[in-house]
Structure formats: structure tokens, C-alpha cells
Design a protein around this ligand. Sequence first.
Ligand code: UVW
Length: 320
Amino acid sequence: MTETTAPALEEVLKDSPSNWGKWGADDEVGSLNYLGPEQVLAAARLIQDGKVFTLQRLIGDPKGDPVWPGRTPAERTQILDEGDWDEGGKGPAFPGGLHYADDKINAFLQGSTQYDGLGHVWYGGQIWNGYDARTTIGGLDKASVEPIAERGVVGRAVLLDMARFRGKPAMEAAETFTHEDLLACAEAQGVELRKRDIIIIRTNHLQLFFEKGDAFYDGFCEAGLVYSPELVQWFADMEIPNLVTDTIANEVTSDPNTGVALVLHNALMRNLGVTFTEITDLEKLAEDCAQDGRYELFYAAAPLKVAKGSGAPVNPIVIK
Ligand code: UVW
């Protein structure tokens, strides 16, 4: 990822569609506006056998926590435990003899399964909806994760198991796919992609993090969706509210055609207001879908309410 030879995002995305202003000058949740009561009720009707899946990756996984380069995994510190009531310990004395455990974490808000606020990325001095990028200084005054957390995300989701579709256990570094590949995957799975669907994409690319350890970050370039004007137009036409993936950053890290980093973060999140959910664990869900052949799902999620946060952890829930 070098800045030197790559064209500017302004140039790459100069004709890219935009939803700025579509939901008013004050909007901070973008394409989540596509999910109203009608979508929630339709999604609820998909619940058939009451199977529940949680999509968050474990924080503090003994095998390691995958994070974007430059971020560090969350650190959990034990503050109080039974040892504090051992002789000479510092455990507080409560009437009746109450003991308890306490702990805290020091974590990047985007260092685990998470929602990005729409103001998380930008170019050209403006974030989602045209807000000045200077509104991010010292914390996001606009388009933080907070309005997404207040609102919640509920709708019909479709799991697209791209790794299985490609016939491999895990997609490789820099491996790409397009919206046409998503449609072909949906067809192979026998599921229809509809307008306003939440798209969940399984690559299982992070299996390579667990297999390779630090070498996973050599020449870091995740597998994922690749930018094209047609793909962005498809997201706009399909009114996709939320893109959920099991990779750290939801798209191929470096665009193979231009070398630009995270083009889709800008084309989809900044310009169209599509919310991004990252680092999910889709393995149990994907296994179940492969078994029962049902890839359309009830999806519900709400990130933590963090004032001014550029993102926040989440444990999305899928019910079949
Ligand atoms: C960046 O955009 C840098 O990271 P994330 O994966 O949190 O979207």
C-alpha cells in the first residue's frame, strides 16, 4: 500500500454515485434508512426453526485476534478476583461477605467484530453526507457510530459463501470477487438477492491469520470485493443497507487495478452511506446453511453506543 503512484480517490471516484442529501442534510445513518418496519417484519417471517447464531469473534482468543495493521488486539486486565480476598488482599469488605470479579479492556473500537460509523473514512475533506472532515477532530461530531447504535440494524440478510462457492476452505490473500460473482454464488446457493438485503459474505480468509501467525501481515492484502463502477452502481440500485464480512476490512485491501487502498470504503460507505460490519465469524452459520440449504436469514445487530466513536464492537445475531 503506497500512496506514491496510486491515483487520488477524487479521481477514481469522480463519477461515482452518491446518496448525500437523500435522507436530509442531518442524516448520519445513510443506507440504513432503507430498513424500515416493512423490512423488519419481512425478515421476522423468515424465522422458522429458532436456530440462533452469534457472529462476533471472540475478544481475547487464545489463538490471537486479527486486527488491521497498526491496531493492537484488546487487552483484558483482571481488576478483582477471589485472590483479592486471600489473607492480606485488597478485596473490599461488604456486609454479608460479598465477593466479586471485575475486569476491564483496553481496546481499539475497531479491533474486533465491529460496525464502522459512516464518518470512519473519507477523502477530499468531506465525510458521509458532505460533512466537513474537520468534524472528526477529537472524535466524530457527525456520522459517528452512535446514531447507528441508537437505531439498530434489522433486516433480511443473505449469506453468500464465496469460499465454498470457489471450492476452497479459505480465500487467498488479494483474491477478488465482483458483484457478478455474488450473483453467481447466490444462484448456486438457490437464494434470491433482493433489494434492501443485508449482504453477508464469507471468505474464511482469516483462517490464514490463524495458520500463518505474523506472516499473515506480510504484504498485507485481504481477499474481498473489488472496486468497479458497475459494482458501486449495483450497490446503489440494490439499495444495500449493510455489508457484513468475515475479513478485517470488507474489501480487497489494495485495488489491483489502481493500487488505491480501500476504494470501496469510500465509494460505498462515504458516498452511498452503506454501513460496514467487519471481522465477523461466519463459520457455524455457514456450516448450518450448507446443511439445510437456507441462506436467507433474519439479522439483528446494534453496536455499542459510544459517543463520537468512529466504530464500536458488536455481536450480531442471526436467527433461522
Ligand atoms: C480502516 O478502514 C482503516 O479500517 P476498518 O477495517 O476498521 O474499516
